[in-house]
Design a protein around this ligand. Structure first.
Ligand code: NAD
Ligand code: UDP
Length: 315
């Protein structure tokens, strides 16, 4: 493919868990990829295999500052995603979501680039509607420990829709539900990586609360396919659209599955439930199914086996 034909794509947060898989996929699609990341939770190791590629460029950049570049598409993923990391510096977390969105939307406005926002199921908070559809407005605590992330992401959605209405920016908003897979940070405290790392090290498996709270876990490859499809939908489809696997599990079920698949001798122990921990979460994905014929293909056991192999190789 000639270089003038290649789409120039900016991925913010491209050295993180999801961003690095997205960079891989975009390079396979013959895009010219710029990965902008301040390496707060991302790692050069996640993109080391791309460094020699002439169509890949890594830029150390914090999205709370403006960034000038000429691009055709932007995927805005920059933001720590795990509670341990986003609560480490909550003011910076809100700034990353809000100032980051303003800067990236400004870039999209100037370059007329299409821009996709990686929003989250956390915009639904601790939901009283189950499963969650996109027209549910959510139940979020504005002043709690999770608020820097949840409200930051909600405000970013507001900015995306106002730039769209006010400045005709070509936006796409996806709400990502819990996603797991290779390159998750081993110490970021998210449940899938925690349980697998604990099991492989023979440590106790820590269930928070009584373990009856639920989540729906999506394997990373399914999400990346959904992101690409969303970016390629017609201009009049902005979302927000849910992306997650609708199969729902309790944390007790997840712990027992990880114990079975790793054949560990680890024991389960219980720890206090963190504040504002949502009791249940499951996406309604009818919209994604109907607009882009997308649904997850990789179910929990198969995805966990791949993730366990990854953690075995890095631990
Ligand atoms: P991650 O922490 O691995 O990746 C986030 C990346 O953003 C990291 O590389 C980090 O260094 C970078 N970053 C953070 N602040 C930055 C800043 N100010 N400037 C530039 N880069 C910055 O997390 P992830 O799981 O890959 O999440 C990626 C995106 O997807 C996030 O926006 C997150 O909110 C969203 N999301 C993820 C999930 C999930 O389950 N993984 C669920 C919902 C939404
Ligand atoms: N959790 C757990 N043990 C852990 C880590 C998390 O039981 O070691 C629980 C946590 O309380 C929550 C669920 O697992 O109910 C998912 O947590 P995670 O941080 O992965 O995602 P989120 O709460 O943001 O959906």
């Amino acid at each position: 493919m000639s270089d003038v034909m290649r789409k120039r794509v900016l991925v913010t947060g491209g050295a993180g868990f999801l961003g690095s898989h997205l960079c891989d996929r975009l390079l396979r699609e013959n895009c010219d990829v710029i990965c902008a990341d301040n390496l707060f939770t991302g790692k050069k190791a996640n993109i080391a295999h791309l460094m020699g590629n002439p169509y890949f460029e890594f830029v150390r950049h914090d999205v709370t500052f403006p960034y000038f570049v000429e691009v055709d598409e932007i995927y805005n993923l920059a933001c720590p995603a795990s509670p341990i990391h986003y609560q480490f510096d909550p003011v910076q977390t809100t700034k990353t979501s809000v100032h980051g969105a303003i800067n990236m939307l400004g870039l999209a406005k100037r370059t007329k680039a299409r821009i996709l926002q990686a929003s989250t199921s956390e915009v639904y908070g601790d939901p009283e509607v189950h499963p969650q559809r996109e027209d549910y407005w959510g139940r979020v605590n504005p002043i709690g420990l999770r608020s820097c992330y949840d409200e930051g992401k909600r405000c970013a959605e507001t900015l995306f829709f106002d730039y769209h209405r006010q400045h005709n920016v070509d936006i796409k908003v996806i709400r990502i539900f819990n996603t797991y897979g290779p390159r998750m940070h081993p110490n970021d405290g998210r449940v899938v990586s925690n349980f697998i790392v604990q099991a492989l090290k023979g440590h106790d498996i820590t269930i928070f609360g009584d373990g009856t709270q639920t989540r729906s876990f999506q394997y990373v490859d399914d999400l990346i396919e959904g992101m690409i499809r969303m970016m390629n939908t017609p201009k009049d489809f902005t979302g927000p659209v849910n992306m997650g696997n609708p199969n729902e599990f309790t944390m007790n079920e997840l712990a027992h599955l990880v114990i079975k698949l790793t054949r560990t001798q680890s024991k389960i122990i219980h720890r206090p439930l963190p504040s504002d921990d949502p009791k249940q979460r499951r996406p309604d994905i009818d919209l994604a199914r109907s607009v882009m014929s997308w649904e997850p293909k990789i179910q929990l056991e198969a995805g966990l086996l791949k993730t366990i192999d990854y953690f075995r190789s890095v631990l």
